[in-house]
Design a protein around this ligand. Structure first.
Ligand SMILES: [Zn+2]
Length: 678
């Protein structure tokens, strides 16, 4: 019997077609992607597989391009179609190969299969017979149901525009193509067609937006200056660090830079063809340098420490985070190669002139590849340690440090310090931290001694959930089990008392301590704070949602395994703020035309082996200090900060906010479309 191959090989560009036209990069630009093998029944022409559905319809010319069949023997025998700018079937292969590579990296960092963010469908429960005008009675109870999205749709030729974006509504990636408008005719042929679906960086970036939405669906809401910037930055970080997983490219660039990855190189640049085609002098973005248009030279970026306070536009602000993570990587890489350089230079640290020895190139490349995969993993793993709403860069730093401390006991190579240092240099400090150290940045273990009764009930739940989900590998089954355990189920063979109901009832018996832990309101006077009433308990409790429930099994560097259950809770309040009272603006709960929604939330991480609560990472809706005095108040500083961000200064804030004219609701239609138009 012949064994199933571990992966499918598909040829594609490491960067984009423009590098195949240049003599010094042509050889390294064509690489072979190794994609997880999907059987013939799983992978249909399109390609349409388990995770991805490529649909090649071009609405501008009303044409369907015939779908590539990756199982065709001729295509299989030559590792996929030849890279080509003019063959739409290759375009389909390219988006599939890069999107699947990105998914694989997320799954190994997260320690579980990834799910796309579900479709939210509103259903009217217990609807009475409809009237002639077909309108359901507004008094009927509205129920929100999450529908499983098996595959992300990818349209390689969706628009004729210098743009590509992820649509959270359509659960789709839309790639555009356009005629190039280079600033200088020597850089690129004017009017040549540029396809965003042929750029590794753009595909990886957009796929990451979709993956992030599957993990943190509230991160598409613009609630502070960092949220959308974080989405953008993370998408760039993944695209950048994927460059380091291509061995041919890595060795070539190590040789070209003589091992100094802080000097100008291809690995730190994003979307080169796109950047030139829209009139830049180089890539769309560069993690380590900038191109001086006047002097026409590349110069390395030096952090000033003021960036975080002064730069607000989402992409530019995102670039601060990208450069911080890149610098952390460079520090780690330099530490890892210090001994090799000492050996190679006889202790002087000064390399001889000329080309590096190929053996040294190989060894340096191996270290760079290790360091980059560790850094990418640290960033992806940290996503589970972030609050479910209103993230900022400081929260992300704390998440990185906590997640890493959790999995890697011995940080002998000072990875954590490298991160802390790079963030500090850019003025990124988490709120409420007095000084930056690994100890102060790691979230403390919460005090649960007054919550034993509640946790006893939760422990039963966690045990049942673990037993049911731990051997489930199919994504649709994982989704169904998660939903069953969140909402409860009464109609299958077994009755499950859902997490939402358990918390809704039991939390209300241990109220104040659970409120202190989560920052979420469970007490009786919820209406007075503008928190809606839940439909679930016959109008007897406050509304909140269990945003996600995951089981994560991660393996550390020493082979140690961490099994955790991660739960996130979100609650909203409707308020308005009287700006006229400048010294002490008045917060009035309740829905009005001028009002807006403030969300609070909490990520709870349980250790699956001990069934203990390890972390509670919160953005409290309640003022947790006044809970000590048995007082229930909304978290004033969070309300005011949100108000300031959304309404206070629309005129002088970003075009983005002005465009959406946000205020009443924190939601909008296509957040990334607008962000990506240039
Ligand atoms: Zn983006």
């Amino acid at each position: 019997m012949i064994k199933k191959p571990p992966f499918r090989k598909l040829r594609g560009y490491a960067f984009d077609p423009s590098l195949s036209l240049k003599i010094d990069t042509a050889l390294i630009n064509n690489i072979t992607y190794k994609i997880r093998w999907e059987d013939e029944e799983q992978l249909k022409p399109g390609p349409i597989g388990e995770y991805i559905e490529v649909i090649d319809y071009d609405p501008t010319v009303n044409k369907f391009y015939s779908p590539v069949d990756l199982n065709h023997p001729y295509i299989l025998a030559q590792d996929g179609l030849d890279p080509s700018g003019s063959n739409p079937q290759f375009h389909q292969q390219m988006v599939y190969a890069v999107a699947m590579t990105t998914i694989k990296n997320f799954e190994s960092g997260l320690g579980r299969p990834v799910l796309w963010s579900p479709h939210r469908v509103k259903e009217v429960a217990n609807a009475r017979p409809q009237n002639n005008d077909n309108l359901a009675n507004p008094a009927d109870i509205e129920k929100v149901i999450d529908e499983y999205v098996p595959a992300l749709r990818i349209y390689p030729h969706a628009l004729r525009d210098a743009n590509a974006f992820y649509s959270p509504q359509k659960k789709a990636l839309l790639f555009g193509y356009f005629a190039a408008r280079p600033a200088d005719v020597t850089l690129q042929m004017p009017d040549s067609l540029t396809f965003t679906c042929l750029s590794h960086d753009i595909i990886a970036h957009e796929t990451t937006h979709a993956l992030m939405d599957g993990l943190h669906r509230k991160y598409t809401e613009d609630t502070n200056t960092d949220v959308l910037a974080f989405h953008e930055a993370f998408a760039d970080i993944v695209a950048l660090f994927q460059h380091f997983t291509f061995p041919e490219v890595l060795k070539n660039q190590i040789a070209a830079t003589r091992g100094d990855l802080a000097s100008q190189n291809l690995l730190g640049k994003l979307a080169q063809e796109f950047g030139i085609a829209i009139g830049n002098y180089g890539s769309l973005r560069d993690a380590i340098g900038t191109f001086d248009k006047k002097k026409k030279i590349w110069t390395p970026k030096e952090p000033t420490g003021e960036e975080y306070r002064t730069i607000m536009e989402p992409h530019n602000r995102g670039a601060i985070l990208v450069s911080a993570v890149f610098e952390a990587f460079l520090t780690i890489y330099k530490n890892r190669i210090a001994d090799l350089l000492r050996i190679a230079t006889g202790g002087t640290g000064i390399l001889q002139q000329g080309e590096l020895h190929p053996d040294l190139v190989n060894r340096l490349a191996a270290e760079a590849s290790k360091a980059s995969s560790h850094v990418l993993n640290m960033c992806i793993r940290a996503l589970d340690y972030c609050p479910p709403v209103d993230i900022n860069f400081g929260d992300f730093l704390r998440a990185i440090i906590t997640a890493d401390t959790d999995l890697v006991a011995d940080d002998s190579r000072d990875y954590r310090l490298a991160f802390i240092d790079a963030f500090r240099k850019r003025g990124i400090y988490p709120n409420g931290i007095k000084h930056l150290s690994v100890e102060s940045l790691s979230y403390p273990e919460p005090d649960t001694k007054n919550l034993q009764e509640l946790f006893d009930i939760l422990v039963d739940f966690l045990r049942d959930y673990r037993n049911e989900i731990i051997y489930t590998k199919k994504r649709n089954e994982i989704f169904d089990i998660n939903r069953k355990y969140i909402a409860g189920s009464y109609d299958t063979d077994r009755k499950i008392f859902g997490l939402h109901r358990r918390l809704g009832i039991t939390a209300r018996q241990n109220t104040i301590d659970f409120e202190k832990l989560t920052g979420i309101m469970f007490s009786n006077n919820w209406q007075s704070l503008g928190i809606p009433t839940s439909n679930a308990y016959a109008g007897k409790g406050p509304s909140f949602s269990v945003n996600s429930l995951h089981l994560a099994s991660r393996v550390g560097p020493t082979g140690n395994q961490r099994n955790q259950i991660i739960v996130s809770l979100v609650q909203r309040a409707q308020i308005s703020i009287d700006k006229n009272k400048k010294d002490w603006p008045k917060i009035t709960p309740g829905e009005t035309d001028l009002g807006f929604v403030v969300n609070g939330g909490c990520t709870l991480i349980f250790d699956l082996d001990t069934l203990k609560l390890r972390y509670a990472i919160t953005k409290p809706l309640l003022d947790t200090d006044s809970l000590n005095y048995n007082l229930h108040q909304l978290n004033r500083s969070r309300c005011l900060a949100l108000h300031q961000h959304q309404i206070g200064s629309v005129a002088d804030q970003s075009r983005f906010q002005a465009y959406f004219g946000m205020g009443k609701r924190n939601s909008f239609n296509e957040p990334f479309n607008f962000l990506h138009t240039h």
